[in-house]
Design a protein around this ligand. Structure first.
Ligand code: ATP
Length: 360
């Protein structure tokens, strides 16, 4: 498969500060690629360099095999959708969408037919005559995307486009955006600090921290096999234990937690005896065991509350040392004895542990 975008060893310095630090990646044609990271990690700077608003300190950018260094933004085959959509309030929907085509000197008839076609694509047929202030938040979003897509960019860049929407609409738009990207087949490069947006929509996600990519992979890989503590913590929910390796076995280690629990877990990299380690357990990796069970990685906790959220329920529990743990309740199973205040046994399989040497 060809790559629509190739970035090689991209660096951006502002004075002494390195905002983007040697980033290399490829985005295959027609894919949805997200850059996920906390505020200030360099996402926007990276996107601005792809769009041409910022020149890299060093490194290369190719779009569909063409070197983009020194090419001004208006001559790059990319378009950028901003969080604050920047629609023109004095123009109607069709005029907003046709604006870029008009600037390119296209005739009115052609503009009209392209505008109608793209409005169909984003599921807003017959919206051309509407004023921008007559649209809902989600509809404005789609108009902003249509206005870019009508220019047929090789790559559409999206800078936190759902950030200004309320939670419910954001949930809905995640699904719609993914559907839209699949239908139009345009390559999307999407930046966000919201892990659930990145996981739901993307074919591939790069997790960025302090200007660097910590890991690049499919959502499943990032969630199931995080390669660094930062990725383990940033992607998905976790129960975290701190401890010391007391024995290393083949691909497994015994950890004694700071509270004195002894656990066996798999590790990504070999860990030596005596090393400080962090252990991450996903809430759904926790298994509810029959009461008073004794065995590997099994211990008791007190149920504090049951968090019901429709599809899945979760238990908020604590150990007797006040270590909080969240446990996902299996669907369609009823546990009569699970009530706030009751003691229950929980456990987890060594294969589901995610363990790294502590970073300090
Ligand atoms: P956010 O999600 O908050 O927008 P971000 O990941 O997009 O964050 P950037 O906007 O790329 O982060 O900024 C990365 C770092 O570079 C920040 O520390 C920022 O202060 C710094 N930075 C960005 N632009 C400039 C500039 N023109 N001059 C100096 N420093 C800058």
């Amino acid at each position: 498969m060809n790559n629509d975008l190739s970035i090689r060893n991209m660096v951006k310095r502002f004075g002494d500060f390195t905002a983007v630090d040697d980033v290399t990646f490829d985005v295959p044609e027609g894919s949805f690629f997200s850059i996920l990271g906390p505020s200030g990690c360099g996402k926007t700077t990276l996107l601005r360099m792809i769009a041409g608003f910022e020149e890299p300190t060093s490194g290369d950018i190719e779009i569909r095999g063409q070197n983009m260094l020194g090419v001004p933004p208006n001559l790059r085959p990319v378009n950028l959708v901003f969080q604050h959509l920047a629609l023109f309030p004095m123009m109607n929907v069709a005029e907003n969408i046709g604006f870029g085509l008009k600037r390119r000197g296209m005739g009115n008839k052609e503009i009209r037919s392209r505008t109608e076609a793209i409005l169909e694509r984003v599921d807003l047929p017959d919206f051309g005559e509407k004023q921008i202030n007559q649209l809902s938040g989600g509809q404005k979003q789609r108009v902003a995307i249509a206005r870019c897509l009508v220019l047929e960019p090789s790559v559409l860049l999206l800078d936190e486009p759902l950030g200004a929407l309320d939670l419910k609409l954001r949930e809905q738009m995640k699904v719609e955006l993914k559907k839209l990207q699949t239908t139009v087949g345009t390559t999307f490069v999407y930046i966000t600090h919201d892990q659930s947006e990145a996981l739901v929509m993307s074919d591939q996600v790069a997790v960025m921290n302090h200007g660097r990519f910590e890991q690049l992979g499919t959502p499943q890989e990032l969630y199931g096999q995080p390669e660094t503590p930062f990725v383990a913590q940033f992607v998905g929910d976790n129960n975290i234990w701190h401890g010391t390796v007391s024995q290393s076995l083949e691909g497994l280690v015994l950890i004694t937690t700071d509270e004195g629990y002894s656990f066996q877990t798999k590790t990504n990299a070999p860990l030596k005896d005596g090393v400080k380690a962090d252990l991450f357990l996903r809430p759904e990796a926790m298994i509810i065991e029959p009461k008073n069970t004794v065995g590997l990685n099994i211990f008791s906790v007190i149920v504090k509350s049951i968090l019901f959220d429709g599809a899945n329920s979760r238990l908020l529990t604590t150990t007797k040392e006040d270590h909080e743990l969240i446990v996902t309740l299996p669907q369609n199973r009823k546990f009569d004895y699970i009530e706030p205040g009751n003691e229950i046994s929980v456990g987890w399989h060594p294969e589901s542990g995610i363990c790294f040497a502590s970073e300090d």
